[in-house]
Design a binder for this molecule. Structure first.
Ligand SMILES: [Zn+2]
Length: 374
């Protein structure tokens, strides 16, 4: 079983390795509903190909792609190419191209792959080196000027999550790419220009977190644990030895450590009644005075805290409820699902002088660092 998974991982990683150097490339879905797309080469040399025919492109050359009933056409100033798929391949080490997405000019690195979608739309995929991708995700999901050891820890987490998604979970296997560019997978906004983050990724090159079977872990993360991380069992109903509840003092001092939410008691009681919790329920007396000293899965009976969080758009599932006459007040801690690494806690650890190893050991117990690309 383990050997089979490992074989699959290495097979998969080696299949991705087709570029000019020994890179691991990842395919990120950018948009699949574009009616046309205009690309401009910003840096380096490129080849545009449909598999048979190709055109060499240089800096400042442009391409306009359209889908005519599932046949793609690419117009350049030199000649036109048609095909079932069209690839834009960087033939120099640092190829960069730009395009406008959502009215914003965005630069992308390395390659692009285009497929026709639904007769008239285009599926645009950016295929790039995993470390360039990891750097961009870190900048897209955090901020500049955070501690260096935090960026190193975060780069291993993002790389591990990416490897897990590609080789184990395969969420987007039917979409022709590995991960999408939204928070559904990881936020990705194109080229990262932050040199500190780029060098943190280089220093941790190839490092991923693995479990006792040497498989990449599900390296989930969130904004703030509120002082106690959540278990994967509590949130997703799946128990994992490295996603367990941990007391986390590092997450008690930052901006998302606490929150409150107030609603009328009538609204709260009618919501509970809809879920079978009314005065006939044996636990009803706790319905407006709920105490959660350690993170729980259920509010009362089968109603999960996660369901309440989603229905009321609460910041977390880690809350108490206080009866205040005609109102109930949710007094909450943390932001996000609370499972795995707390980003604000990890930043605090780095500020207090902890290194990336200590941060990862703290938030992902029972794991170790391994390498997938030496
Ligand atoms: Zn996704």
């Amino acid at each position: 079983m383990n050997a089979k998974y490992l074989f699959l991982i290495f097979l998969n990683l080696s299949l991705l390795n087709f570029s000019i150097s020994a890179q691991i490339l990842v395919k990120i879905g950018i948009r699949n509903d574009l009616k046309n797309i205009k690309i401009k080469i910003s840096e380096g040399d490129y080849a545009l190909t449909n598999g048979n025919d190709s055109i060499i492109l240089k800096k400042n050359d442009t391409i306009i792609l359209e889908n005519n009933y599932n046949k793609l056409s690419a117009r350049t100033g030199i000649k036109n190419i048609k095909g079932d798929s069209i690839l834009l391949i960087s033939t120099s080490t640092n190829g960069i191209f730009s395009t406008i997405i959502n009215n914003k000019l965005i630069e992308y690195e390395d390659n692009a792959i285009f497929y026709p979608k639904n007769n008239t739309s285009i599926n645009f995929i950016n295929q790039l080196d995993i470390d360039k991708y990891v750097a961009s995700v870190i900048l897209s999901e955090t901020y500049p000027n955070l501690p260096y050891e935090f960026y190193k820890a975060k780069s291993i987490v993002v790389r591990t999550y990416t490897t897990y998604m590609i080789n184990i979970e395969k969420k987007h296997i039917n979409d022709k790419y590995d991960l999408c560019c939204t928070t559904h997978c990881q936020l990705y906004k194109g080229k990262c220009n932050n040199q500190t983050i780029i060098s943190a990724c280089k220093e941790t090159k190839g490092m991923i977190l693995v479990d006792n079977d040497n498989l990449p872990i599900l390296a989930v993360y969130h904004s703030n644990s509120g002082g106690l991380t959540n278990s994967s069992e509590n949130y997703w109903g799946k128990s994992l030895p490295y996603l367990i509840t941990i007391k986390d003092e590092y997450s008690t001092k930052s901006k998302n450590s606490t929150w409150t939410y107030t609603i009328s008691k009538d609204q709260w009681l009618s919501y509970l009644a809809k879920h079978g919790i009314d005065s006939t329920n044996k636990n009803f007396e706790n319905a407006t005075n709920f105490y959660q000293p350690i993170r729980k899965k259920y509010f009362i009976d089968t109603l999960t805290l996660r369901k309440i969080r989603e229905d009321f758009n609460l910041k977390s599932t880690y809350f108490n409820i206080q009866d205040e006459g005609d109102k109930v007040i949710f007094k909450g801690r943390g932001y996000g699902h609370g499972v795995g690494l707390s980003q604000e806690g990890a930043i605090e650890m780095a500020k207090e002088g902890k290194n990336f190893n200590e941060i990862l050991e703290f938030y992902y117990p029972n794991t170790k660092i391994s390498y997938f690309n030496l």
